[in-house]
Design a protein around this ligand. Structure first.
Ligand SMILES: *[C@@H]1O[C@H](CO)[C@@H](O)[C@H](O)[C@H]1NC(C)=O
Ligand SMILES: *[C@@H]1O[C@H](CO)[C@@H](O)[C@H](O)[C@H]1NC(C)=O
Ligand SMILES: *[C@@H]1O[C@H](CO)[C@@H](O)[C@H](O)[C@H]1NC(C)=O
Ligand SMILES: *[C@@H]1O[C@H](CO)[C@@H](O)[C@H](O)[C@H]1NC(C)=O
Ligand SMILES: *[C@@H]1O[C@H](CO)[C@@H](O)[C@H](O)[C@H]1NC(C)=O
Ligand SMILES: *[C@@H]1O[C@H](CO)[C@@H](O)[C@H](O)[C@H]1NC(C)=O
Ligand SMILES: *[C@@H]1O[C@H](CO)[C@@H](O)[C@H](O)[C@H]1NC(C)=O
Ligand SMILES: [Cu+2]
Length: 375
């Protein structure tokens, strides 16, 4: 006997609107997300085939989940990040930043109040990680797939994840077990100390934290992680990821559900939501730092999955899902005007300047800046 939950009713109803229904079993197992993902991929690919841009079926970059990328390609990805950590910092007035990798952290620090819980959240982070990907390719010769992290695949134990198991093909291990919390808002994971094994064991975090009197001043220290599987199970499971997409009817509810924006009554049940959940699966320092989390190399895999969810959401109803909602300050504090697609996003000196409108389509025809991503 099947007991229909309220969530399932909502999901089925909305699924119907898109010509597809999913059982609770399919939502929990990941079958539903797989099918939605395929529908989105096919929809975007069709757009690509109709376009006259240089981006074609053969040149488009298809992003992949970390564990489905072959080992040598993952190692090459890590090497490219290490290379970016050797390239010159472009914020010459910032004393703490030592590398191009660090420059991304400075950029995020400057823009944080404008690009979280605001109209710009999804499109800013889309451009941000895309620009990071271009730097890995252009400055460091990376030729493989850009990875994302499907959090829900690690619900059985994040410490065993191919991302965090400390092997040579991982992104480095958990932090050493320490008694006190490892920093960030939610301590109490299974580590808390410095990364002990694998890639980034020797990486020096150069500046921050946000609570320092001068957050951009030099403050060299180890990378700390405090992995917490219950964050994964409670806030970023496959079910949470799938239902966040299915229950969102427009961009405003989607970005609210994704971030657990408490201004929206229907988004409150998600609390930390997949965005916060994913960040606090890693936690530690700087992973748990709202401003400096990009100094944690796994940030880009986490936001890869956020962008993937956005890509799926958009492409399930492409005609209706090229809009923006919300104001231009975090939680509308201080109160501000609505954002528009004609607003400019200038990420110099790290990257270029675009109209938000140009960031809507990841396989875009000529009006789009980003012409190269499929998930
Ligand atoms: C396409 O590629 C050609 C040759 O590399 C280049 O001249 C042209 O500007 C490109 N067009 C676009 C829209 O990027
Ligand atoms: C450094 O320069 C950037 C512009 O490149 C500016 O936004 C920032 O306020 C300056 N100062 C610091 C401390 O970042
Ligand atoms: C952690 O706490 C336990 C019990 O409270 C104590 O025995 C142990 O010495 C502590 N370890 C460290 C590294 O402080
Ligand atoms: C993980 O985070 C939760 C809060 O969601 C906390 O209750 C728990 O103690 C933390 N630690 C572990 C090892 O799960
Ligand atoms: C870290 O640095 C030590 C000492 O230079 C070196 O022996 C070790 O191989 C490095 N580990 C990693 C994972 O890069
Ligand atoms: C998130 O997923 C878990 C299963 O991993 C489920 O127990 C929980 O109810 C979900 N959260 C919401 C708000 O639906
Ligand atoms: C801002 O957007 C909201 C809906 O998201 C709308 O109700 C409101 O009228 C807009 N404000 C202005 C000044 O356009
Ligand atoms: Cu961010």
């Amino acid at each position: 006997m099947r007991v229909l939950s309220f969530a399932l009713l909502v999901a089925s109803f909305h699924g119907l609107a898109l010509g597809q229904t999913y059982s609770q079993d399919d939502i929990v197992s990941g079958k539903a997300l797989q099918q939605m993902s395929k529908t989105a991929y096919d929809t975007a690919l069709k757009r690509l085939e109709g376009s006259k841009s240089n981006c074609t079926k053969d040149t488009v970059h298809v992003r992949k989940e970390w564990r489905y990328i072959p080992g040598p390609e993952r190692t090459a990805f890590v090497k490219a990040i290490e290379c970016l950590m050797e390239k010159p910092n472009v914020y010459t007035n910032v004393t703490g930043a030592k590398s191009m990798f660090d420059s991304f952290g400075v950029l995020h620090y400057h823009l944080t109040p404008a690009v979280h819980n605001s109209a710009y959240f999804l499109l800013f982070h889309r451009l941000y990680i895309w620009t990071y990907e271009q730097k890995l390719r252009d400055m460091c010769g990376y030729k493989g797939a850009f990875p994302y992290w499907e959090w829900g695949l690690d619900a059985g134990g994040v410490e065993k994840s191919p991302i965090f198991d400390g092997s040579e093909t991982s992104m480095g291990s958990n932090g050493a077990k320490v008694n006190e919390t490892g920093g960030g808002f939610f301590g109490g994971g299974s580590g808390g100390g410095c990364v002990t094994d694998g890639p980034f064991k020797n990486y020096t975090v150069n500046f921050g934290p946000n609570t320092a009197s001068d957050p951009l001043a030099p403050n060299p220290r180890c990378l700390k992680r405090d992995l917490n599987t219950s964050m994964c199970v409670n806030y970023a499971s496959i079910q949470n990821t799938t239902e966040t997409i299915l229950e969102s009817t427009d961009i405003e509810s989607f970005q609210a559900n994704l971030q657990g924006d408490f201004r929206y009554p229907k988004a409150r049940k998600w609390t930390l939501a997949v965005h916060g959940g994913g960040h606090f699966i890693i936690a530690g320092d700087p992973g748990g730092d709202f401003y400096f989390s990009p100094l944690e190399p796994v940030f880009y895999l986490h936001h890869g999955q956020i962008d993937r969810m956005y890509f799926i959401f958009q492409n399930l109803d492409w005609a209706k899902r090229q809009t923006m909602a919300g104001t231009i300050t975090m939680m509308d504090q201080p109160p501000s005007r609505n954002g528009t697609l004609d607003d400019i996003l200038d990420i110099s000196p790290v990257g270029e300047s675009f109209k938000y409108r140009q960031l809507l389509d990841t396989v875009g025809v000529k009006s789009s800046a980003i012409r190269s991503i499929l998930y």
